[in-house]
Ligand binder design. Structure first.
Ligand code: TRP
Ligand code: SF4
Length: 344
């Protein structure tokens, strides 16, 4: 029997290369080996975007289209939308009953999310005290890791492929699963393990973490022209002012790093050599880099256009996957009701 994995992504709209290289590419490999469930976490998106819901539906579609384009295969993996499986919310209630307050308050991402919220609301940094923080953290946001535990435990998954930033959440899930088993004297729940991505971390065009809100990302859905334009803004070796200044790829914090991700060994060696000898200028270097990146993304973008032009197909994949996931999750939650001793 194959082991089961589950992972999710918040519905934040069109995805960028950080998502693709850091997460999705890994899922595409894992779906060959595991019984795989991938879902759009639209409830998790609501924990911070509860007051900006006008793009919610489109955001879900965009995420799924990017997944399909990147090679998540609906024949191999079950693709679903969290909010189409209400039994996850039911499980979340049971788990919330047995989760101590200090477990969720320890969540290292909580303060960051609250800060992001505050920035959004435009209040000043001076208000950075405990009381203000607390007034900005809604009950739902506090429950973020408990809802995440419900996502994972709803499928009683053995493993969860995630980025390093989510490992603390999987730890809470393991704690909650163990506590459930102890309290109800059962061994029903697995203690799920994280599978860390072995993919490359790609920084943004400005050298910081790639992110939609930092305006430094390249989207899977960007056209070749837009991609090239963006690459031309990537920072390079800042000591190299004129074209005949000798360059140093080690100081080229974005363009050369991208070369190392997208170039083949010969291209990387050639870039390194010509940069050091000032045999190529940065503009030329980045134009070539853009070509290499566009070539790599071409088949993905073609598939993306196909799905974009066939919304009814995307709809059907979401509906079929959500029904399949729901069937499985209903079995788990029925068992949980039985174990707890709920009325029936
Ligand atoms: N919190 C995850 C993120 O922001 C998304 C997520 C929600 C998730 N539920 C999950 C990931 C369950 C793995 C398993 O990336
Ligand atoms: Fe970076 Fe290329 Fe310019 Fe060298 S030539 S500094 S590798 S962009």
């Amino acid at each position: 029997m194959k082991e089961r994995i589950v992972s999710g992504m918040r519905s934040t709209g069109k995805l960028h290369l950080g998502h693709y290289l850091g997460v999705i590419d890994n899922w595409v490999k894992l779906q060959e080996k595991y019984e795989s469930y991938f879902f759009v976490a639209d409830w998790h998106a609501l924990t911070t975007k509860y007051d900006k819901t006008e793009n919610l539906k489109q955001d879900v579609n965009d995420v799924v289209i990017d997944w399909l384009a990147s090679g998540i295969d609906p024949e191999k993996s079950t693709i679903y939308v969290q909010s189409l499986v209400p039994e996850i919310a039911e499980l979340h209630i049971y788990l919330s009953m047995i989760t101590p307050q200090n477990w969720v308050e320890r969540d290292p991402t909580l303060k960051d999310m609250a800060k992001a919220l505050r920035l959004k609301e435009g209040s000043s940094q001076e208000e950075d005290n405990e009381a203000t923080l607390k007034s900005q953290i809604n009950y739902g946001l506090l429950g973020y890791p408990v809802l995440m535990s419900a996502d994972i435990m709803a499928l009683n998954a053995q493993c969860v492929p995630v980025g390093i930033d989510q490992v603390a959440h999987i730890e809470i899930t393991r704690d909650i699963a163990r506590r459930f088993n102890n309290i109800y004297k059962t061994d029903f729940f697995n203690e799920p393990k994280p599978i860390l991505n072995e993919c490359s971390l790609i920084c943004g065009l400005d050298g910081n973490k790639m992110g939609k809100s930092f305006n430094n990302d390249i989207k899977i859905s960007d056209s070749e022209e837009v991609t090239t334009k963006k690459i031309m803004t990537a920072i390079t070796d800042t000591n190299r002012i004129r074209k005949d200044d000798l360059g140093n790829p080690e100081n080229c914090l974005v363009a050369f790093k991208y070369w190392k991700i997208f170039g083949n060994p010969e291209e990387i060696a050639l870039t390194d050599k010509e940069c050091r000898a000032a045999e190529r200028g940065c503009a030329q270097c980045k134009r070539e880099l853009a070509r290499v990146i566009n070539e790599r993304l071409a088949p993905i973008r073609e598939r993306r256009r196909y799905y974009e032009n066939h919304p009814e197909l995307v709809r059907e994949i979401i509906n079929t996957g959500s029904a399949r996931a729901r069937g499985k999750i209903q079995e788990v939650v029925r068992e949980v009701r039985e174990i707890i001793g709920m009325y029936k």
